[in-house]
Write a protein that binds this ligand. Structure first.
Ligand SMILES: Cc1ncc(COP(=O)(O)O)c(C=O)c1O
Length: 172
């Protein structure tokens, strides 16, 4: 006789699993920082930037408090402001677009691919055209890699180069 077993539910977010795996190491590191009291730009910050630089192959790594600050910092550094469109995927967390509004630019949302939920080269192309139609200057694009699935960075990068768009990858 066939017995139908209901599938085990898989939680969308399981922070406990991370805690079980990394908890001890995090507790030790947290205590070390609390003991030496260098809470701002302490040795762990320099070490993290070094390790991240090697891991990503990036010449410069600047750490900050959170993903929102990271996006705001980059947009401020590149001078995004009124009249600029920054193209964002329509399916993401609100913090992809809110830094654009904070710097005075206009977040312009484009459709996502129905299999990856991510922006595509074609949707970026529509976004660039839509921005121009609205009288905005397409200045940057923020692709997001959602649920572990990568956006089409080859296609997006190629079009961004051709259109002179800055690519800010939101990997939060
Ligand atoms: C896609 C995406 N971008 C940006 C952020 C903002 O990160 P933070 O909450 O660290 O400011 C998040 C946070 O969940 C996110 O999911």
């Amino acid at each position: 006789m066939n017995q139908h077993m209901p599938p085990e539910p898989v939680p969308f977010i399981d922070i406990g699993a991370q805690r079980r795996r990394l908890g001890k190491a995090i507790d030790i590191a947290t205590k070390r920082v609390l003991d030496h009291c260098q809470f701002i730009s302490g040795p762990e910050v320099a070490q993290l930037e070094e390790v991240l630089s090697a891991y990503c192959g990036a010449k410069h790594v600047i750490t900050c408090a959170n993903g929102t600050d990271a996006l705001v910092m980059v947009l401020m550094a590149t001078g995004v402001g009124p009249g600029d469109a920054v193209i964002c995927p329509s399916f993401t967390f609100c913090a992809t677009a809110s830094p654009v509004a904070r710097t005075g630019g206009t977040p312009l949302f484009v459709d996502v691919d129905e299999t990856t939920f991510n922006m595509t080269r074609a949707s970026l192309e529509h976004g660039v055209a839509a921005a121009r139609k609205l009288g905005l200057k397409p200045k940057a694009v923020i692709p997001v890699d959602l649920f572990g699935q990568s956006a089409d960075h080859d296609g997006i990068g190629e079009l961004a180069r051709a259109e002179g768009l800055l690519v800010v990858d939101d990997a939060a």
